[in-house]
Design a protein around this ligand. Structure first.
Ligand SMILES: Cc1ncc(COP(=O)(O)O)c(C=O)c1O
Ligand SMILES: [Zn+2]
Length: 428
């Protein structure tokens, strides 16, 4: 790993050699998240746009030179990353004045990055893939994490692909599909009668007591590096012309912090000429970062959680520092959306771009719709929305967004009666 210079604490700036610390800054305990520091001069000599253009690798590993892995032989066999970036022309029109009112002038350049297409159907696979390689490099055979659901199912899947054992902590409220993924991949599932925040604390203690390798967000410094890969892909897929804004949903803040890191990497290497504004979207019922951003602080006041977007139902965002700096330092914003706006966004995204997102997966798009409605997006802006999780993860919410299908007797009489009711008024 000659391209990795060390690990730097985001709180105090102390630097450590890679072999010196496993997870966090010893001076700050669990709060001292470390950032991986690279030798960009060396990387710049190895990684060029031309070389990437010739690289047939269809996964995050096309950026191995920018990832903290020592042994490419340990890369798991699942295809992680290089997900589609769809140009969403029908959505561009939908967000025009005819459907949203006169304050919007619509959009001309909108893309949707569909990370519901990852092997376990969420963005978290990007981080789990790197986490699994690190566990193997360290010779560990047991991993653990706490998760609202997706990091868990993702770790379970990636671990199954290389034969690692997992102990996974989830809150009792995790949707059934995500729990089913854990069980089928053979994880040891520990369901906690409490919130995600409580599951997280318990998992940290357990990993210390039993010596399991931790895939916890904002604790293991290598996970953010996996999460940055979507930013690398977006810019490459846009032929290195960075977008003006990227909208993404935020819970712990790891994804947005990772995107920021990826964009900074590309700026440092001279691959892109400007930083896109990072637009963090939270659910109104779980929006501690929106509040902290508005108040200009990095301190979080824990909130009482109340949202159906389970993946971003986080009261104490573990990666808050990076998450807030990502938005502040790129001139972005934090936006809160209601559950109703999220359900609307799920429908519009599915009907206008055929991308089926779980609630947290659609929250980024809901944030964009809200700002467009408020007339705050210039139609010339080039905008990317990241969909972070697949809708099949939580079909109950999808049905909530749409209503149930019609049920009729198998007769033409019943069918004719029903046909009289079409088109269905809410079919938009
Ligand atoms: C679908 C989905 N979207 C968004 C997020 C938020 O990511 P982060 O907690 O890194 O902010 C998660 C995290 O679990 C997720 O599963
Ligand atoms: Zn420190």
């Amino acid at each position: 790993m000659d391209h990795v210079l060390g690990l730097k604490c985001v709180l105090c700036g102390a630097e450590y050699d890679v072999g010196e610390v496993l997870y966090v800054c010893p001076k700050h305990g669990d709060e001292g998240i470390l950032d991986v520091v690279y030798d960009y001069e060396l990387i710049g000599r190895r990684l060029t746009k031309e070389r990437l253009a010739d690289d047939p690798t269809n996964s995050i590993w096309r950026y191995a030179d920018l990832l903290p892995i020592a042994d490419p032989g340990l890369i798991p066999p699942l295809q992680v990353g290089w997900t589609p970036l769809y140009r969403a022309e029908r959505l561009e029109k939908r967000l025009g004045p005819s459907s949203l009112g006169r304050r919007t002038k619509g959009l001309k350049h909108l893309w949707v990055k569909d990370d519901g297409r990852e092997p376990t159907a969420s963005y978290k696979d990007r981080a789990s893939a790197v986490g699994v390689v690190k566990a193997l490099e360290l010779g560990r055979d047991v991993m653990t994490c706490a998760s609202t659901g997706n990091a868990a199912s993702s770790l379970a899947g990636l671990a199954a692909s290389v034969g690692l054992t997992t102990y996974i902590f989830v809150p009792q409220t995790a949707p059934q599909a995500k729990v089913a993924q854990l069980l089928i991949f053979g994880a040891n599932v520990i369901m906690v009668k409490g919130t995600y925040d409580q599951a997280f604390d318990l998992c940290l203690e357990a990993s210390k007591e039993y010596g399991w390798y931790s895939r916890n967000t904002a604790y293991n410094p290598y996970l953010s590096e996996g999460k940055k890969t979507a930013a690398l892909e977006i810019c490459e897929q846009l032929r290195w012309e960075a977008p003006d804004r990227i909208f993404v949903s935020v819970g712990d803040g790891c994804i947005i912090g990772g995107l920021w890191k990826g964009l900074k990497d590309l700026c440092t290497l001279g691959f892109i000429g400007k930083m896109p504004k990072l637009m963090g979207v939270q659910a109104e019922g779980a929006a501690p970062l929106v509040r902290a951003w508005r108040e200009g602080t990095e301190e979080i006041e824990p909130v009482v959680l109340n949202t159906l977007a389970d993946s971003i139902a986080v009261g104490v965002p573990r990666d808050r520092i990076k998450a807030l700096r990502a938005v502040r330092q790129t001139g972005g914003e934090y936006v809160a959306v209601s559950d109703e706006e999220i359900l609307d966004a799920m429908r519009v995204l599915a009907r206008g771009a055929a991308v089926f997102a779980e609630p947290a997966g659609a929250a980024g798009f809901a944030g964009l719709v809200k700002l467009v409605q408020e007339g705050r997006i210039d139609p010339e802006e080039r905008i990317v929305v990241v969909v972070t999780g697949n809708g099949l993860k939580d079909v109950a919410s999808a049905i909530k967004a749409t209503g149930k299908p019609h049920l009729i007797e198998p007769t033409m009489e019943d069918l004719r009666q029903l046909m009289g009711q079409y088109p269905i008024p809410n079919n938009r």
